[in-house]
Ligand binder design. Sequence first.
Ligand code: HEM
Length: 146
Amino acid sequence: MKIKTLSLILFATMLIAACSSSPNGADTSVPIVEQQTATVVNSNQENAAGSSDDSSMATEVSFSQDIFPVIQQFALPAHGQQQKGGVSLASYEDIMQHVVPGDPAASELYKRLTGDGVPVMPPSGKLPDGTIQLFYDWIAQGAKNN
Ligand code: HEM
């Protein structure tokens, strides 16, 4: 009887030990794999989102709709017929005399808008950052006559 009871207790203990340890072992190893996979997937998604963010930041800027209206409003009073400083910005061709397509930092037009080493234009004060960003993107995208 004692032996039977003891072996029952032993069996029950082993059973409990087996039940409580092996699922835990499985639980800890499986989620790690799952987490790693999820992390990889997530970082890929982040990369994909990052590059799509970049391309959305670089949504195509239109010369006729985004750039020229700003020139008309802020630059043409001085750089239209008057050609202050000998500079005309009255047409796409005129504007391109001051633009290096694909290279905003090398473009006089962009330098003037940011005041990068030259007097800022318009002289009354910088245009809003978002507007200057449009010029940056437009030049970076090749300064198309679009
Ligand atoms: C290639 C780029 C540009 C160059 C080289 C340039 C150069 C000049 C120069 C030399 C003047 C005469 C400054 C004076 O009379 O004191 C001037 C005036 C002016 N510029 Fe520009 N500019 C450029 C682009 C722009 C742009 C993009 C704008 C506006 C968005 C602008 C707006 C003006 C205005 C409003 C004046 C008249 C200031 C006044 O008479 O009170 N310019 N610019």
